[in-house]
Write a protein that binds this ligand. Structure first.
Ligand code: SAH
Ligand code: AVI
Length: 325
């Protein structure tokens, strides 16, 4: 059935995505230690695996954030007073419905603009929201939040949500730049709603990233299948083990793939042979954990004033912030 009130804007074409993946693979697979950007995880299969992760007993993050939204979305919606909800890295837009409901109840919401690099997942999620919220115009944007913050959809007053602790997957340098760029992209009336995971017992953190059923391991190895398909590479995901470790110095989880034997992988699109030693790591992701003070300080450094925080004493925190004007 056709869905009215739905538009999809493509700022990142499949060719653009391939170009940036090529550049990332060339840099990361020839570096010491080897690394890849976490953006590789999110093809259609990877997005489905992430969705499965969010329901694992060990992965407390999504449940904790959902609980905060259930309890406080009405207060957040009233404080933001927005007519447009922009969401960065929106994925399946699942928890977003709590915000959409609360913002609809204020009588102001006109538009929902989900933005994601994963086009298939974005299109499906945007179409579902458009069907469920016929009074809301849905404007989906296929884009990279590292590159396209200057082209966010407009609105009289926007709430820009960045949920799920996805900000934790950015390196400190990327995070600083991202927050500065976002601050520049917002007007004085706009608000930012940021979801961050908090520092806690390392045992719980490691379990959340190395679950008993091995879904996170499959999610991690899926990056290799994406490389095989998109860059004509010859990775055998079965020759890598999933490693998830708490890095106490940097306060983040390090996620890696460790070669179980010495072998060579061909990357056809780069005309490159990549040798792995037995036990050599390919770093695929960090997932930073914050203290409430640290994230509020980082926001302030980038030009944001925190207007409210929820959940600071528990597992996960939401921060509502405005640009300093
Ligand atoms: N916000 C959802 C999904 C989190 S998973 C939640 O809270 O559950 C992270 C999402 O960010 C994925 O959908 C992934 O495709 C997207 N993403 C990762 N890097 C991105 C980038 N550079 N630009 C845009 N989206 C990105
Ligand atoms: C999307 N992001 C916040 C997840 C996280 O918790 O860092 C990605 C993930 N990686 C392994 N499990 C989940």
């Amino acid at each position: 059935m056709p869905t009215t009130g739905l538009t999809v804007e493509v700022l990142l074409t499949p060719e653009d995505l391939r170009e940036s993946l090529l550049a990332d693979a060339r840099r990361g697979l020839t570096a010491r230690p080897k690394s890849l950007s976490p953006v590789w995880f999110y093809d259609e299969h990877g997005s489905a695996l992430f969705d499965e992760i969010t329901r694992l007993p060990e992965y407390y993050l999504t449940r904790a954030e959902r609980g905060l939204l259930e309890a406080h979305a009405a207060e957040i919606a009233a404080a933001a007073g927005a007519d447009t909800l922009v969401e960065l890295g929106s994925g399946t837009s699942d928890k977003t419905r709590l915000l959409l409901d609360a913002m609809t109840a204020t009588g102001r919401l006109h538009r929902y603009a989900p933005l994601d690099v994963s086009e298939d997942t974005l299109r499906a999620a945007a179409a579902a929201v458009a069907r469920e919220y016929p009074a809301v115009e849905v404007h989906a944007v296929v884009a990279d939040f590292h590159r396209h913050l200057d082209a966010l959809p407009g609105g009289r007053r926007r709430l820009v949500a960045f949920l799920g602790s996805t900000i934790g997957n950015l390196t400190p340098e990327q995070r600083r730049r991202f927050l500065f760029d976002l601050d520049c992209a917002l007007t004085c009336d706009d608000r930012l709603l940021l979801g961050v995971d908090l520092v806690k017992d390392p045992g719980r953190l490691v379990a959340a990233y190395d679950d008993a059923r091995g879904v996170t391991a499959a999610f991690n190895r899926n990056a290799l299948s994406v490389l095989n398909r998109m860059l004509d590479a010859s990775f055998d995901p079965g020759m890598f083990e999933h490693v998830a470790e708490w890095n106490a110095d940097d306060q983040w989880m390090d996620i890696r793939l460790r070669a179980t034997t010495e072998h060579v992988v061909k990357v056809g699109a780069l005309d490159l042979d990549v040798r792995f030693q037995r036990g050599e790591d390919l770093h695929t992701e960090i997932s930073a954990k914050f203290t409430p003070e640290r994230i509020v300080d980082e926001l302030a450094y980038a030009g944001f004033v925190s207007e409210g925080t929820w959940g600071g004493g528990g597992d996960f925190m939401l921060v509502l912030a405005r640009p300093y004007c």
